[in-house]
Design a protein around this ligand. Structure first.
Ligand SMILES: Cc1cc2nc3c(=O)[nH]c(=O)nc-3n(C[C@H](O)[C@H](O)[C@H](O)COP(=O)(O)OP(=O)(O)OC[C@H]3O[C@@H](n4cnc5c(N)ncnc54)[C@H](O)[C@@H]3O)c2cc1C
Length: 483
């Protein structure tokens, strides 16, 4: 039997899950190279909270690790939040933009999810899996045999070369494997370029601030329920001064509450140069908080010294698959490179579909590898399914809810009106008007193409209804004038 080996570049959610998958599929050699030093090596500006939905859970079920999710997550169906306003008043209410029929999702943190996957590999995977932390994929070229050769470099500059059957690019938005494919002699550089369409949230800057796991606000209201989301609005309303702190549920009650601060590039937050500037800004903005008790000087210094991240334009790669060399499938000479997760499609986190679509990619890859008898057909089927899905997913991110950061209050108000209108129309005539787009994206049983088609059809019908009402109105006025 021919030896099958996979080199996975990147140990994010997609890469770690893929390592488990290929081990379960019985591949002979599974090597994962991750440039960070370890799974919980904390990238401060990546302490995101993820809402892990059914799309990811399907993969975990397939991998036999679904029971590991509830201990590291907070189960949720709807979205309830406690708002503590600058005058110290607290109010808890449900936010009606979450589909009540949605299957249970789990709030967790990036760090907890990566640790869960890493531990699952340690407990369940065979010795065929090698996890190389502190190693980066540094170069891609054609092997002498005509297949692919990947150079992996450790922290000291030592390199090891792999000639795998499959190179899986799970190395995120700035994928080294995708760049290597584009730079390969004889390859059209445009073949793997990202096709980007900016959305209303593209370019927003973000940083993460860590607050204690539990604390009391000045008016006495407590931030003390790990399963609750908290919203702490500032007292300011001006676009370049206003901001709110969002603290999402945390499974580990001792874990800090990380809050994302997301604002436009010209916001005052990004001009703060010192820890004292940050303290002054926060104390002025959030009179409900005893800032100096909640934010240590070290945390404040970290915050100002870190460069703010920027939301990318929704984008997807023009192609997902490249095959090289001749020979039998699985033989050394024939090899493939496949883009998965953020390496294939990336966008702002508006719909909470980044990690879920990345893990869904791995789930669909598993499906095709199990369904097809040979690797070429499985990878071709995967790319044939996922490429249009990546395109439609980017369309959804651009169209469905980029207003949610409230950085353009008029756009948010228009969005709420559109959402309520579609929700109402869908309640009375579900055959004619689809659920609002934001509800559709929460439905794990629809493809992204089906969601897009439903939204476009409803929009077209609303337009027709609008034109019809205008025409009727004009006709009625004309008749009234004549009469
Ligand atoms: C501010 C922000 C908030 C977000 N919030 C959410 C959210 O609420 N919900 C959600 O679903 N998604 C969210 N996302 C998106 C989500 O984080 C990504 O979609 C998801 O992590 C993609 O997983 P991945 O495994 O494909 O890639 P990544 O998680 O990006 O992992 C790529 C890995 O590859 C490694 N790597 C990179 N280059 C190399 C190399 N040359 N060699 C070896 N290793 C390499 C990196 O260190 C990293 O560990 C958010 C993103 C941002 C920026």
């Amino acid at each position: 039997m021919t030896k099958r080996s996979v080199l996975i570049s990147g140990g994010g959610p997609a890469g770690l899950a893929a390592a488990l998958l290929f081990d379960r599929l019985g591949w002979d050699e599974i090597v994962l190279a991750e440039r960070r030093a370890g799974p919980s090596d904390f990238e401060k500006n990546k302490s995101f909270n993820y809402l892990v939905d059914k799309r990811s859970q399907r993969l975990f079920e397939r991998l036999g690790i679904l029971d590991r999710l509830p201990p590291v997550g907070v189960a949720t169906r709807e979205f309830t939040a406690t708002t503590i306003t600058p005058d110290g008043k607290a109010e808890t209410k449900g936010v009606p933009i979450i589909d009540p029929g949605r299957p249970v999702c789990y709030w967790t943190t990036r760090r907890a999810l990566l640790t869960m996957l890493y531990e699952a590999i340690g407990d369940l995977a065979s010795e065929r899996v090698r996890l190389l932390y502190g190693h980066k994929a540094a170069g891609l070229s054609r092997s002498e045999a005509g297949g692919l050769s990947v150079e992996v470099e450790d922290g000291e500059g030592r390199t090891e070369t792999f000639e795998p059957t499959l190179v899986l690019a799970c190395d995120g938005l700035n994928s080294a494997i995708r760049a290597g494919l584009s730079a390969m002699p004889g390859t059209d550089p445009a073949r793997f370029e990202m096709i980007a369409t900016p959305s209303l949230s593209t370019g927003l800057r973000y940083k993460v601030l860590n607050l204690p796991s539990r604390f009391a606000t000045k008016g006495g209201a407590e931030v003390d329920d790990p399963a609750m989301s908290y919203i702490l609005p500032s007292r300011h309303k001006e676009r370049t001064k206003a901001c709110a702190l969002f603290a999402f549920p945390v499974a580990d009650a001792s874990h800090p509450r990380s809050v994302n601060m997301i604002r436009e590039a010209d916001h005052e937050l990004w001009k703060l140069a010192t820890a004292d500037d940050l303290f002054a800004f926060l104390e002025d903005s959030f009179p409900q908080l005893a800032i100096r008790e909640l934010v240590s000087r070290e945390e404040a210094e970290d915050f100002v010294s870190l460069e703010a991240g920027a939301f990318p334009a929704p984008q997807y790669a023009r192609e997902l698959l490249a095959s090289f060399g001749e020979g039998e499938q699985g033989a050394g000479a024939r090899s493939h490179a496949l883009l998965v997760g953020d390496a294939a499609h990336a966008f702002p986190p508006d719909l909470g579909l980044g990690v879920n679509s990345a893990l869904q990619d791995v789930d669909r890859l598993a499906h095709h590898l199990e369904a097809e008898s040979d690797l070429d057909s499985a990878l071709t089927a995967y790319a044939g399914e996922r490429l249009p899905e990546a395109r439609d997913l980017c369309w959804l991110v651009t169209h469905v809810f980029p207003e949610q950061y409230n950085h353009r209050p008029w756009a948010m108000r228009r969005w709420i009106a559109g959402f309520m209108l579609r929700r109402g129309l869908n309640a009375v005539a579900p055959q004619v008007f689809a659920r609002p787009g934001f509800f559709l994206t929460q439905d794990p049983d629809l493809t992204y193409g089906e969601m897009r088609a439903a939204i476009e059809q409803t929009d077209a019908r609303l337009k027709m209804a609008g034109i019809g009402s205008l025409a009727l109105g004009a006709a009625a006025s004309a008749l009234a004038l004549r009469g």
